[in-house]
Design a protein around this ligand. Sequence first.
Ligand SMILES: N[C@@H](CCC(=O)N[C@@H](CS)C(=O)NCC(=O)O)C(=O)O
Length: 340
Amino acid sequence: MHPPVLYSFRRCPFAIRARLALAASGLQPGADLELREVALKAKPPELLATSSNATVPALVLGAAGDGNAGDGQPIVLTESLAVMQWALERQDPRGWWQDRSAAEHQAIHALVAQNDGPFKHHLDRFKYASRYGTAGVSERHKHRQAALVILRGWNQRLLHGGWLLGGQPSLADWALLPFVRQFRLADPSGFDAEPMLVALQAWLQRLSASAELRAVLEPPWAARWPWRSPGWLYHLALARDWQAARAEGAYCHATRGRTLGEVGFIHLSDAHQVEPTARRFYGDLQSGEVVVLHLEPDRLAAAGLDVRHEPAPDSGELFPHLYGGALPLSAVLLAAPWQR
Ligand SMILES: N[C@@H](CCC(=O)N[C@@H](CS)C(=O)NCC(=O)O)C(=O)O
């Protein structure tokens, strides 16, 4: 019934590798799968409910109708490698995985394990040094050096044919690409100047310029704003009002140009109402001037506020209205810019 659902995050290297394989297998968001862009600081309840580790990517193979789960129980792939394999076992026109020998499959698994384990460990501590408490010059240097040892090993592999497994790109090249790319982006001139990485530098340049990578970094594979869960409520706010509310600690606008005091409640939208409402009331504004506040209904209730669905004039539709006081900042999960 429902097409596969991919929970993804535009910049996540694990999600990028999954999207690369899904795209290579001929799937397209919209037509063949539903892509739900996730903000990691506000994971939608649907992801939390279906995925045990709640990381992205997660591929949910529908309750029925996609040939994967006839019994109505969704199958959830929560590992990027599993998503890649699922996609390429479906269809693999470029020969990244199918028709490879057992030894090649083993080599691919070993490379991905080395990437996701030790390489990612050192990459994180080099790239996000302040987050990992490794910002000291010698600590950061130590992790960069350890990552370089692994990269030199990969460089060696490329000397025999230009790709990690020889003369043709395989799943391993695409699975490692987003991580090597991140390593370079943390210090581009340092990476480019490494004398023992010449083959890897050329490999990265080739793959970074590829149509395959560019396609999955742009819509429809990488959406500009997070998917709007029907489990949340939404309020359209002027960005300047939202900024002022954050400074003051409370948001008291009912809608554009009208205060809570004047109206008596705050206008909200259900997920499917955000876009038409934004176009109708804010369509004259520039990108960046409007934000979509994502609200958690349980937190509104916990703050003693009441949501009532009531008819809105001229629309023939019921809209959620928030009664009982100002919008507490604690109920706002995310303020995403709205763009026409
Ligand atoms: N082993 C997982 C790792 C996925 C992963 O760590 N994704 C990150 C984003 S790049 C994530 O979802 N982090 C959010 C969290 O851990 O709460 C895979 O291969 O898919």
